[in-house]
Design a protein around this ligand. Sequence first.
Ligand code: GLU
Ligand code: ZN
Length: 504
Amino acid sequence: MIIGNGNWIGSITAGSGLVRVRYAPSPTGSPHVGNIRTALFNWLFARHHGGRFILRIEDTDAARKIEGAEEEIMESLRWLGLDWDEGPVVGGDFGPYRQSERLSIYQDMARRLAEEDKAYYCYCSTERLAEMRAQQAKEKRPPGYDRRCRELPPSQRPAGIPPLVRYKMPVEGKTTFHDLIRGDVTFDNAVLDDFVILKSDGYPTYHLANVVDDYLMEITHVMRADEWIPSTPRHLLLYEACGWRPPLFVHLPIILGPDRAKLSKRHGATSLAAYRDQGYLPEAMLNFLALLGWSLDDKTEVLTKEDIVRHFSLERVGKTAAIFSLEKLDWMNGLYIRHLGAEDLRDRLMPFLDKGLPPEAPRPLSPGYVLAIASLVQERLKKLSDVVELTDFFFVDDLSYDVSLLLGKSLKRDLASQALELSIQRLKPMAVFDAHSLEETLRPLAADLGLKTGAFFGLLRAAVTGRAVTPPLFESMALLGRERVMDRLEQALGRVKAILGLTG
Ligand code: GLU
Ligand code: ZN
C-alpha cells in the first residue's frame, strides 16, 4: 500500500538495481573521523557498484545546528576526495537535499499517518512530560511517553495548543530487521514508546525525516554507525505504517581505542579537519579509515583508493569492533609521505612552512630551496607539520638555543671550544662546500681531538642548527652554505668562550 497522493510520493523503485546510498550528517560541527568513516564506506560501496552517493543534510534539530558546519562537512568530503552525485551544491532529481527545505513533506506525512490512525496528536505540555520523566526515573522505570493522548477523541482536543504528533506504537509483538552484517536483530515492541514524529513547531524528528527521505530519495542501502541500531525498529515500523518497502540496513562496527574503550579525544577522535591541519595526507587517511571495519584479506595494510574501490564489499566488513590506533595512522602517513615525488612533497610542505615558520623567515619561501630541504627530511616526517621543527634553522638567521645544547651531556668546555676552533680552521680553505667534502674534512677531526664521533658531530649539529635532532648533518651544512655555517660556528665558539671566561 502506498499512502498519500501528493506529487512527492514516489513509487517503490528500490528494485531498479542501481545502488543508492547516502551520508546524512547533522550540521553540528566539523565531522569527526568516526563519522567520516561512515561517509567513506557509503562512498566506497556506491563507487564499487557504479551507484550513486548522496549527501543529505539532516538539519531539523535547530538547537544543535551550527553555523558553517555544513560547509565543513563538504570541505571534509572534498579533502578526502569523496565526491557526491547528489546533494547540496551539485543538486539532483530528488532534492532539495537539506531537510530544513523539505518541512512540508514531513508535515504532510505526519498528518496522513494521524488521519489513518497510525499516529496521533499529543497535547501534553513540556512541563507534564518532564514531570513524567522525572517520576519514571525516580521509580526506576524505563523512560517513555505514558500514552495519555493516544485515545483522545477529536472532540476533546484542547483548542489553542499546537500539538505534536506521535507514532502509535504497537503495544505487543516484535519487530525484526535483517542487518546485512549482523543478521536478524529483534526488538520487543513493548520496549519502544510512542515516539514523536513531528514536533509542535512543525519540525520533524530524526526518525520521520530520515525514513521519509530515505524512501523518497530511493535509498537502497542504509549504511550507518551501529549507535543507530536502536532506532532501526522504529524506522521499520514507520515504513510499514507508510506502506513502503524499507531499504536494506547495514550497521557498521563500532570504533574503539587501542585500550578497547569508547573512542574519545585522547585516542585521537577529533575532526577530520584537525588531521588535515596537522599534516596527514588525505590518501593515508583514506587508507587508514577504510581499514576501520573493512579489510581486503586481514593482512594487506597499504591500499590505494582505486584498490579499495575495486575490492570493497560488505562481506569483508566485520561485526567486531574496529580499533583506532593513532600509532598506526602515523606509521601509515609516514609511509605515504616517503612515497611522494619530490615536488609533490615540496608543494604539500609549503603551506605548513609558511604558517609555522617565525615571521623573520623571509617570505615568499623559495620553491627551489624548499625542494632541497624537503628531500633531506622526507624520510623523517610522520606528519607534514613536523617539517617546521625539523627545518626552521634553514630559514632564520639567528638561532636561539641554550649553550648546554652545544656541550651535550659530557663535553668539556675547553674541548668544545677547541673543537669549534679547529673546525673553523679546516673549513675555511675548503674549495668545494658540498656534503661529501664536508664529511671528508670534518670526520677525521674527532680522532685528532680525542672525541667520540657522536659527541663531535653533536656539537657541530647544535652549532649550525640550534637543534638536537635534524636532517643529515653534512647535507644540511652544504645546503646552508659556507657563509652561514662559518658564521654559526663562530657564534657557537663565542658562546662557549663566554662561559669559559665566566668561570675562569
Ligand atoms: N543525521 C544522522 C547522523 O547525524 C543520520 C543517521 C543515519 O544515517 O540514519 O548521523
Ligand atoms: Zn499527550
